[in-house]
Design a protein. Structure first.
Length: 192
């Protein structure tokens, strides 16, 4: 665990010198959500992270929300090629054409799912899977569940949803609770 100014023990992957990251860890990461807008946002943002660090995306998150209609899938699905091409020049987001266009494709695929929230949660049997990791070496980067989710999302038309990316998504939205043993959030989320 890192040494944080407040003396609380947190997951070892979290740097102690980035308050925005600490806030994300303490308030959001691993908290189960069934909010469709947030689930859609996190699928897209985890895809934007592919090949990068989550810290990079986290710093740009508010701008992503602004330019992608707060991840309203109906509005994002209607974005034009011209609007997306303009975003390729926007330094407030990752200027990767494929990733930018993937957000629209993902919105279109999302809207075709009958019940996206239940669909996503079905890959963990509808309830949070809890781990007992003690150190970084214990962490997994993908699981059979993330493999299955990745395959199903690709079949449904989603992009940038590889198994490792989907495992990170599942951790972020609390489908998988991977706070390490000793992290103060593990106890709080378990009680929640």
């Amino acid at each position: 665990m890192n040494d944080f100014p407040d003396g609380k023990c947190r997951c070892p992957w979290l740097p102690a010198d980035r308050p925005l990251y600490t806030q994300y860890h303490d308030e959001e990461w691993g908290v189960p959500t069934r909010d469709p807008r947030l689930l859609f946002e996190m699928i897209c943002l985890e895809g934007m992270q592919a090949g990068l660090s989550w810290w990079t995306i986290l710093q740009k998150r508010e701008h992503y929300r602004k330019v992608f209609h707060h991840f309203d899938p109906v509005k994002v699905a209607k974005m034009t090629d011209a609007q997306l091409e303009k975003l390729v020049l926007d330094p407030g987001i990752i200027r990767h054409r494929g990733k930018i266009f993937a957000i629209r494709a993902n919105a279109q695929a999302w809207l075709k799912l009958e019940n996206p929230v239940e669909f996503l949660w079905s890959f963990v049997g509808g309830k949070t899977r809890r781990s007992r990791f003690k150190m970084m070496a214990d962490f997994q980067t993908k699981t059979p569940e993330s493999d299955a989710l990745s395959k199903a999302l690709r079949k449904a038309g989603f992009n940038f949803v590889g198994s490792t990316t989907m495992h990170a998504f599942m951790q972020a939205v609390g489908m998988v609770e991977d706070h390490t043993v000793g992290c103060f959030r593990k106890k709080e989320i378990s009680r929640g």
